[in-house]
Design a binder for this molecule. Structure first.
Ligand code: MCA
Ligand code: AMP
Length: 513
């Protein structure tokens, strides 16, 4: 049914027998569908009792747990807007997100309550709860006093369901506003396109503060009424050990690289699995081929963004739109998903000739509503005829497969996390003795790509690279920290004086491989 709360669509897909297991954790805990229904009702009732304005932001920075997922579902159920925050974010980053989003409720880990609550109360947030990975904290204590029945808030397709902050090549992070309709349409379409089966079981091994783990994985399982094997953190040995009990695995390429290093990865061990899905970063063709050799399975690579959820996918079964194509082609991200229009453009208005490279633009029911309180940024990222400019550069081959060949945005994707050089450079440039810096992405065997900082010191000043790293670690999420830092006399520049990052990338490309 169209125009409904996303929670209702997910709840409607629960199996008739609510006593079946919905989630099994790596700690040996088991949650039934009834448990999920009741727990989300209790937390939604707690949120209702706070008498928040409709569509209040609920900002959440907690460790991965089933209860954290319950909090997400309860936020939808109560009709509020979920704002997930990476646990690696530090004080300055959290201060910005809370200041910008003005959440009515903040939920943090018990160990961070001191500093997070100080930021939240200063920003005007009235309610700060805690939630620990071991089910400790005030959120569940308070929810325990509420009833386990709850009528979901009425929400329309166009109403906000979540805000996901994505950094930018210039300026501060932007909050991508995703609606109930964006996510429900994408989840329903993926259910069909990836041919979810009644007996599918998903291994959930990703963090739940970004699109991949929170939306693609959780919605995927729930909208099919499928059980999840829940891993609080990814461990390659443990994941492989659970293959015989599961059928679907979703991961960023680093997860596949790490599993390939395990001798326990064999065709026998993977025989029960139906589908391995990769996304969030480019999957190297070597990884794609090695996985085929080692397991007999062909990884299905797909492509998406925080602003759009999923955009393209290699086929799971025959795709009638493309002559019944079934081949999952390594190095490509497959076909535009049903309902998604994708075009490759020379500039905003002019398409490239077929097969040529250009900027990827997209349109569809999955494309977000805009950036939170940034109408000008939103306008900049859409064309006059309503297409979203992804910032990715690619081509579509004669069979319809999309290949991403690069990015027009200055972005490093490290282990599936986005790192914007502009943010790191700004932090380095503020350090004593630094005149200028350039942060570039270079190939890395584990993370795919990592950052390297190249710095020029002020005349007469000495800059210690180790001190730069220490300084950055105190300010920024750990995955953003460059893995190497070099102090040099000059940076390569073009005739306009602009730093030529392509030359730096060439110079340092062998740093880790
Ligand atoms: C950890 N470290 C990293 C990364 N992760 N460095 C660079 N890139 C990373 N991704 C560093 C830490 O800073 C630390 O360094 C050291 O590695 C160990 O940290 P630890 O937390 O123990 O690492 P880990 O547990 O081994 O984590 C690696 C990981 C993780 C499992 C690959 O990064 C991960 O879960 N990545 C998945 C990200 C994801 O879900 N992305 C989806 C985004 P030090 O010791 O020096 O501090 S959604 C998206 O992109 C779109 C929409 C889409 O299409 O899906
Ligand atoms: P995010 O801002 O975290 O949503 O990251 C979105 C970006 O991740 C996209 O714009 C792409 O650059 C990249 N991305 C996601 N999936 C893939 C993929 N399969 N191959 C290459 N890049 C990808």
């Amino acid at each position: 049914m169209n125009n409904q709360n996303l929670f209702v669509a997910l709840r409607d897909a629960f199996p008739a027998d609510l006593d079946q297991t919905a989630v099994e954790t790596d700690e040996g805990l088991s949650y039934s569908w009834r448990d999920l229904d009741r727990a989300t009702a209790m937390v939604a009732n707690l949120l209702d009792s706070l008498e928040l304005p409709a569509a209040s932001r609920i900002a959440v920075q907690v460790e991965k747990s089933v209860e954290a997922m319950v909090l997400y579902l309860a936020t939808l159920r109560a009709g509020h807007v979920f704002l997930p925050l990476n646990t690696a974010y530090q004080r300055g980053e959290i201060e910005y997100f809370i200041g910008n989003a003005e959440p009515a409720v903040v939920v943090c880990s018990p160990k961070n309550f001191g500093w997070v609550s100080q930021i939240a109360f200063t920003a005007g947030t009235k309610h700060v709860f805690t939630l620990g990975e071991d089910r400790s904290g005030s959120l569940l204590e308070r929810a325990a006093h509420h009833g386990n029945q709850h009528t979901p808030a009425v929400r329309q397709d166009d109403d906000l369901a979540a805000i996901l902050y994505t950094s930018g090549t210039t300026g501060r992070s932007k909050g991508a506003m995703l609606t109930h309709g964006n996510m429900r349409s994408n989840a329903e379409m993926l259910r069909a396109y990836w041919q979810w089966q009644p007996d599918d079981v998903l291994i959930h091994a990703l963090p739940i503060f970004h699109v991949h783990g929170l939306f693609v994985a959780i919605h995927g399982a729930l909208i099919n009424g499928s059980k999840m094997i829940w891993m609080s953190r990814f461990d390659p040995k443990q994941a492989i050990a659970r293959f015989p009990d599961a059928t679907v695995f979703m991961g960023v390429p680093t997860l596949y690289v790490r599993m390939l290093a395990e001798p326990s990865l064999t065709p026998d061990q993977a025989a029960h699995m139906r589908l391995f899905i990769s996304g969030s970063a480019p999957l190297l063709i070597e990884t794609f081929n090695d996985w085929q050799t080692r397991t007999g399975h062909t990884i299905l690579e797909r492509y998406g963004m925080s602003e759009t959820v999923m955009l393209t996918s290699n086929p799971c079964g025959p795709d009638a739109r493309y002559g019944g194509a079934t081949e999952r082609r390594g190095g490509t991200v497959g076909f535009p998903l049903p309902g998604v229009t994708l075009r490759v453009m020379e500039d905003d208005a002019k398409p490239v000739p077929p097969g040529e490279i250009g900027g990827i633009q997209v349109q569809g029911p999955n494309v977000f509503k805009g950036y939170w309180r940034m109408p000008e940024k939103t306008a900049e990222e859409f064309t006059a005829d309503g297409f979203f400019k992804t910032g990715d550069v690619g081509r579509v081959d004669e069979r319809g497969y999309v290949t991403i060949v690069g990015r027009s945005k200055d972005l490093i994707i490290s282990g599936g996390y986005n790192v914007y050089p502009a943010e790191i450079e700004a932090a380095i440039n503020d350090m004593p003795g630094v005149m200028e810096s350039a942060v570039i992405g270079v190939p890395h065997p584990d993370f795919g790509e990592v950052g390297v900082a190249v710095i020029i010191a002020r005349p007469g000043a000495a800059v210690n690279p180790d001190q730069v790293i220490v300084g950055l670690k105190s300010q920024l999420a750990n995955f953003k920290i460059p893995k190497q830092c070099h102090v040099v006399d000059e940076l390569p520049r073009n005739t306009m004086g602009k730093v030529q990052k392509n030359l730096l990338r060439e110079q340092y490309r062998g740093a880790f491989v």
